[in-house]
Design a binder for this molecule. Sequence first.
Ligand code: FE
Length: 228
Amino acid sequence: MIFNQFFDDVSCTYTYLLSSGKGREALIIDPVLEKTNDYISFLKKLDLKLVKVIDTHIHADHVSGLKELKQQTDCAILMGEKSLSEVVTVRVKDNEKIKIENTELISMYTPGHTDCSYSFLMKDRIFTGDTLLINGTGRTDFQNGNPIDQYHSLFDRILTLPEETFVYPAHDYKGQKFSTIGNEKKNNPRLKIKSAEQYAELMNNLNLDNPKMMDIAIPANIKGKTLD
Ligand code: FE
């Protein structure tokens, strides 16, 4: 299997490329527009055919590479059914199979960071977007975020996976590349709460500044943006 994690050091975003092997179909999760050339050279080097790109949610901190990748490779663009993106070609619902040659993801609707947030499960690993981060969780104070929804996405869905499941988030600001469900249950300070109400209290009092790119990134990601 080919599994590559790219990092954008401007927005601290992780992007994932999956394929069952050289010369086969590939899928990319959460691409960053400015990094498009890196993805294209990687695909070329391994003779991969990009057939699907996915954003876990409408990002507020970087401009997505979905539209540019579609323009360059004619891949399909997938997002959850509630996404406001105008470039989506396939809208997925909860618990749908997303297939490429010899590889399969399962969609999991995990609202809370935004109301369009999805996670994607692939056998021993889950791509959690900004729902579950390493030692953190995604903020819930804009784009119809909701801490009670996020509590249920975390505790009723993601954290019910086997403890050894690898967690691959959309961001990390400290250079941590992955975690596991077991580690997060044990160490993540945001998960050390006893109820949805207590989680909401915690999340509603974070007093975070808006992301620097927010006013540019959200409209760009709704409309779709290319490199030119
Ligand atoms: Fe986000």
